[in-house]
Design a protein around this ligand. Structure first.
Ligand SMILES: Cc1cc2nc3c(=O)[nH]c(=O)nc-3n(C[C@H](O)[C@H](O)[C@H](O)COP(=O)(O)OP(=O)(O)OC[C@H]3O[C@@H](n4cnc5c(N)ncnc54)[C@H](O)[C@@H]3O)c2cc1C
Length: 821
């Protein structure tokens, strides 16, 4: 007898791959028996054919914890359900061929040590002891992580379904979800040919089907299927099941033992999108034709690396589809468009190793309202409306396949779907020598070099091909003036009689400020963690403009809407396209702007943090006395159509005074010298303002209650500013810009023999001519000035320790006199 669908369910999951199954399993463990609907058989989409490699190390401690959790789950599931998962801990070895990769492996070894994942640096000979037939003459080193391993993805999915069912979850195969019922912006039911299920929470875990399914409901799910290839040899005599998995990033391939055979997969630099015309109705445990011509180069590299492959014989040439997203990261959590709909999709060939952590986190989101740790880079709400465009996703997915491998460094570029979003000054900037990078569709000027306006794709972790240009831009900011085009930054208008109360609820700072003021503030979550780092301008009694980073355009809009108290009278809308944002900075900035304005720009009339509507050339716009560089300066918020004429006028007046364009690389170097935090790098959802050194931006005494207040108040009462985790400025003396080594990210910080923190971001500071960075330090009793002043700090970079100076104030203009002058 076919079981009948329930008429209602607390939560319905669409899709029975490993992600949907892990979600229902974790919900069941939390005592919530949800319903999962699978269009065909469980695991019949992408999951069944995955290679099943499981690594644990991630960029952050929080995400690494999820990686470790997944490995534990695979081990314990077997005992819980009696169903084997095929889990084995055979370890992974990453090898380095070139110098840059070698340095990266040494850095990863440091990072793994800090996060408690044992690892070992191997010599080429030691690599060969594990992989005897490998050609090692060009191998520099290997990084061995013994606790990584592999599983059988189909078995894991079955074990998860068993574990979920044992706790009351209901799983229905051959039950495609046809559509969602949405009323007043909220999901109310899920429809299938077998009937409807009333529910107010739906998880889209439909893998490569999710993009079109979402689009059908006005939900942006940026992903597309692309082909992924591997080959499997005939059985190899003597191949141990304990053979560690091998990764060769520079050659874009991975190698693993698979039931006595060797499985070798590749991630080409430019893959092939698949399913452009939609996915066949009867797609189930299917594979795709193997495109020999497409992967010939990759196969040639594999055979050159192990000539013995010739004798082993290839038994299987496999090709299967998987979903890839524009930035190579999954989409998780609530969507802004429809209340009650959550995404858990877009796994970019990491769905098996992410499955446990994703299921655990989705259950937290669905039941607790928020995940227990930062999921910032993976949020569904980071999707931009234009990313619902299917052609865009097709074009990018083919390249996203390649994000997996190849060298990751500051100059890594994408080549597909370029020029999609352009700032109003795009052509002027190109004429000035702008070298652009792509950021969520925007063409963003990274640096200016009129003589050679082209990227170099030769990776470097030290002096870069563009460093000389960046240096000139930084020195111009210090000695004359620079103009940055930050028009891609998001501008969100909050308007209405209760707008001030809405913002006072959402922001940590006092927002009831005089018209014509700007406020630097953070949006906080219930744990007091930072959800957004923004500047807000009060334009009149009832109108505020929130200026935030371009990646947060939808996210912050959604946050304001979802956190605003019910019943207040306000509107919130996206005005990003309506305004450009030109930032004029440097000691000559006032003279330049004053020469184009009849308004009084003197410090008395227009002090730091003021926001005024002023004349600029023949236009009018908002000028805000703020700086992300630490210089005297103005941000000009102009109606878009006036941008070009203001730009031209600024340069006509400014060039004789040394005005030049500045790109984002220089901006980053300057803000590091000035100790300004970058959201997503230095501060995020797990950091409170006090831990971030931003306690000055919290108004504990304001009348309106704000989200996160309970937590930050308690923390402040207990520790004052001396919280157990605290962000500080650091500098590394005695190294040169040319040779480095560079502070980049995640380098462990020691005091004596104890690891007391890590670097959150770093770079060469051109105005100070020294290596600068920010680091978060930790000591249980609280990080006090006295403890910092004791000194004795060292940073570990690629296995070597270097002394550093740490202090609470920035190294550039510690008292802020330039900016306020
Ligand atoms: C060749 C290859 C090798 C790989 N190797 C690895 C690896 O080593 N390690 C790793 O971590 N990852 C690997 N992956 C990636 C991994 O397989 C995927 O990331 C993972 O399986 C994705 O799981 P999912 O649940 O999101 O998608 P899927 O497994 O595709 O599941 C989605 C399910 O949703 C169902 N569905 C869709 N629409 C509907 C609807 N409307 N109603 C009901 N059901 C619906 C589909 O039928 C499907 O079963 C590999 C992938 C490939 C192709």
């Amino acid at each position: 007898m076919t079981p009948t669908l329930p008429t209602s369910a607390p939560i319905v999951i669409v899709g029975g791959g490993i992600i949907g199954m892990s979600t229902i399993y974790h919900l069941a463990h939390r005592g919530v028996p949800a319903v999962l609907l699978e269009r065909r058989k469980i695991a019949s989409g992408t999951t069944w054919h995955a290679a099943g490699i499981v690594g644990q190390l991630r960029d952050s401690a929080a995400q690494t914890e999820l990686g470790k959790y997944t490995a534990r789950l695979f081990r314990d599931l077997e005992e819980e359900t009696g169903h084997s998962t095929g889990y084995k801990q055979n370890g992974t070895i990453n090898i380095a061929l070139g110098d840059v990769r070698h340095e990266q492996l040494l850095r990863t070894h440091d990072h793994a040590g800090r996060l408690g994942i044992p690892s070992e640096i191997l010599s080429p000979q030691q690599v060969q002891e594990f992989w005897p037939s490998l050609v090692i003459n060009d191998v520099q080193s290997g990084l061995y992580v013994p606790s990584n391993g592999q599983v059988n993805p189909l078995d894991v999915t079955v074990a998860l379904s068993k574990g979920a069912r044992q706790r009351g979850a209901q799983i229905f195969e051959d039950t495609p979800v046809e559509h969602l019922d949405i009323r007043d912006g909220k999901v109310v039911a899920v429809h299938t040919a077998q009937g409807a299920i009333a529910t107010d929470k739906v998880v889209l875990a439909g893998g490569m089907w999710s993009h079109l399914f979402g689009k059908q409901h006005g939900i942006t799910v940026p992903l597309h299927a692309a082909e992924h290839f591997y080959i499997v040899t005939e059985p190899v005599e003597g191949l141990s099941p304990e053979q560690p998995i091998l990764n060769i990033v520079e050659e874009r391939n991975y190698w693993k033992e698979d039931a006595g055979k060797l499985l070798i997969g590749g991630f080409e630099a430019h893959g092939k999108a698949w399913g452009q015309g939609g996915i066949a109705e009867d797609f189930e445990f299917d594979q795709l034709p193997f495109d020999m011509a497409h992967v010939e180069e990759d196969l040639t590299r594999m055979f050159a690396r192990m000539p013995a492959l010739e004798d082993m014989g290839i038994q299987t040439f496999f090709n299967g589809p998987e979903s890839f997203t524009p930035d190579g990261r999954p989409y998780l959590g609530p969507v802004p468009e429809v209340q009650g709909v959550y995404l858990a999709t877009g796994m970019n060939s990491n769905g098996i190793l992410n499955s446990g952590g994703v299921g655990l986190t989705m259950a937290e989101w669905l039941l607790d309202g928020m995940p227990s740790r930062s999921m910032g880079p993976l949020l569904a709400s980071r999707a931009q409306p234009f990313q619902a465009n299917t052609y865009y996703n097709q074009a990018r997915a083919a390249e996203s396949v390649g994000f997996h491998y190849g060298i990751s460094w500051a100059g890594r570029q994408v080549n597909s779907a370029r020029g999609v979003r352009r700032v109003p000054l795009h052509h002027e900037l190109v004429r000035a020598g702008a070298v652009m990078a792509e950021r969520i569709g925007w063409e963003v000027p990274m640096y200016f070099d009129a003589k050679q306006p082209h990227w170099s794709d030769k990776p470097s972790l030290r002096w870069k091909p563009w460093s000389e240009s960046v240096q000139q831009e930084c020195l111009a900011a210090r000695d004359a003036a620079v103009l940055l085009d930050q028009s891609m930054y998001a501008k969100i208008v909050v308007q209405g009689p209760d707008a001030v109360h809405v913002l006072n609820r959402v922001c940590g700072a006092q927002m009831d400020v005089p018209t014509g003021s700007s406020v630097y503030t953070q949006f906080l979550n219930e744990r007091g963690g930072i959800e957004a780092d923004v500047t807000v301008i009060r334009m009149d009694d009832n109108t505020f403009m929130v200026v935030t980073g371009h990646p947060s355009q939808q996210r912050d809009l959604f946050w304001i809407k979802s956190q605003a108290p019910k019943g207040l009278r306000f509107e919130v809308f996206d005005a990003t396209s309506a305004y450009s944002l030109l930032t004029l900075q440097g000691p000559k900035s006032r003279d330049i702007l004053q020469s184009l304005s009849s308004d009084d720009l003197s410090n008395d009339a227009f002090p730091f943090a003021a926001a005024r509507q002023i004349d600029v050339a023949h236009a009018r716009g908002w000028a805000i006395r703020r700086s992300f560089l630490g210089e005297l300066g103005y941000e000009l918020l102009l109606p878009s159509e006036f941008t070009a004429s203001v730009h031209d006028a600024l340069f006509e007046q400014g060039q004789p005074l040394g005005l030049r364009h500045m790109g984002m690389f220089a901006m980053n170097a300057c803000r590091l010298e000035k100790g300004f935090r970058h959201f997503g790098h230095d501060i995020g959802e797990d950091d409170t303002p006090y831990e971030s050194g931003l306690g000055f931006a919290v108004a504990l005494d304001k009348a309106d209650d704000f989200v996160g207040k309970t937590h930050v108040l308690e923390q402040h009462r207990k520790y004052g500013s001396n919280t157990p985790y605290r962000l500080v400025s650091i500098r590394l003396l005695g190294v040169t810009a040319q040779e480095g080594p560079y502070l980049i990210h995640n380098e462990p910080v020691f005091k004596g023999e104890d690891i007391v923190g890590h670097v959150t971001s770093g770079d060469w500071g051109f105005r100070l001519q020294t290596m600068v960075g920010l680091a978060t330090l930790h000591v249980a009793d609280g990080v006090s000035k006295a403890w910092i002043d004791e000194g004795g700090f060292e940073v570990q970079i690629a296995g070597q320790r270097y002394p550093i100076q740490a202090q609470l104030q920035p190294f550039y203009d510690p008292k802020g006199t330039l900016m306020r002058g």
